[in-house]
Design a protein around this ligand. Sequence first.
Ligand SMILES: [Fe+2]
Length: 256
Amino acid sequence: MYKIFGSKEVFNDTLEELSPIKLKKFHNKKTKSFGEGENSIKIACISDTHSLQNRINISECDLLISCGDLINYSEGERQMKSFSNWFESINCKNKIIVPGNHDKYLEKNKSKFKQFFPTSHYLEYNSLKLEEYNILIYGAPCTLRRNLFYFGNAYSLPGDQMKKEWEKIPDNTDILVTHVPPYDVLDTTYKNKHVGSKLLRNEICNRIQPKIHIFGHNHDSELSFALGEFKNGNKCLFVNACVLNDFKPTIIEYKY
Ligand SMILES: [Fe+2]
């Protein structure tokens, strides 16, 4: 546990013991096929657009997921409208938004979500079942709250409350969408700092074991995919969907 100067918050995402994951990383790939079933779904993932969405092209897909930081914390209605016009225009029948720590505008105007995004789903600690594919998706926007002088604190929580949110993620989640990565999984910044959550990593390894975990928040990961194997042999495809390196979506062909 440590205290940030100037803040009365105590953060406690400082677990010493990390649950093991064997990771296989894939270099320079933005598209990956995963799973062994007879059915398939094409998932396009984006994160951390930060109002630069017009540089991104997304071709037809079955499911489009944004993991947050749609705009920037200081921006307002005009930028949100511009993002929503772009997002709503994409040819995809299932669209999901899980916000991030820069989505202050959305946090303050949740009631307007359907005005901005009439054909999209907003996930804030809840699930969406895609009946057509029999896939359960859960979205959790929280990040660890930083000090009082940091403004990008939308949807942020102190460590103990964040732990409770991770513990509420249903066991039967197929696709987990969070803004933050799990610790030490595609979460290293150019300063060699980890921005992922240790508590989330352990919850994923020990209990949830989703098939796919999609996130963003770390803008510096050179890689988009890592295939994780848990202690019991179950596998999970981890996806850092940040678009800021190349302004391309990350595409998963999921066979289930
Ligand atoms: Fe971001």
